[in-house]
Design a binder for this molecule. Structure first.
Ligand code: HEM
Length: 141
């Protein structure tokens, strides 16, 4: 459960994410496709190379959705209801993949926002991304 401190920490670091959704998303996706290559099966025939326009536009959508989740941090369930339906029913992404993307987002934030990425921010962002993964997986049953 996200505490008041977690919500504060996530909002604070997200002030540095806003406006950089595309770059952060593209790098996180690139790292995920590189390190966890089974995740590529959901993107057949897509150009997943480092500078591809697809990777950048998709990265912007994914981290943009997280910016929206931060804006609705007290009600992520409602904010992500449609996205959860889509991943479950239309895209049929195995929910075991959500923590993989979450991990790579954490890595990118750690690298690029190092001075802000204290131990307590790290923990709070990890909890936030776990909550997002849980909500995304909630429509599978
Ligand atoms: C599409 C968010 C995890 C596979 C999307 C879209 C968003 C999104 C915003 C666009 C939806 C639309 O256009 O209506 C997220 C978030 C995730 C996540 C916030 C977790 C933090 C994943 C994972 C996979 C995945 C782990 C598979 C490994 C897809 C696919 C699409 C998609 C295949 C459709 C892409 C396309 O239309 O070109 N996701 N996603 N997602 N997502 Fe996710």
């Amino acid at each position: 459960k996200l505490t008041a401190e977690d919500k504060h920490n996530v909002k604070a670091i997200w002030d540095h994410v806003k406006g950089h959704e595309e770059a952060i998303g593209a790098e996180a996706l690139y790292r995920m496709f590189c390190c966890m290559p089974t995740t590529r099966i959901y993107f057949p025939a897509k150009d997943l190379s480092e500078r591809s326009s697809y990777l950048h536009s998709h990265g912007k959508k994914v981290v943009g959705a997280l910016t929206n989740a931060v804006a609705h941090i007290d009600d992520i369930d409602t904010a992500f209801s449609k996205l959860s339906d889509k991943h479950a029913e239309e895209l049929m992404v195995d929910p075991a993949n959500f923590p993989k993307l979450a991990h790579n987002i954490l890595v990118v934030l750690g690298i690029h926002l190092k001075p802000h990425f204290t131990y307590s921010v790290h923990r709070s962002v990890d909890k936030f991304l776990s909550t997002v993964a849980y909500v995304l997986a909630s429509k599978y049953r």
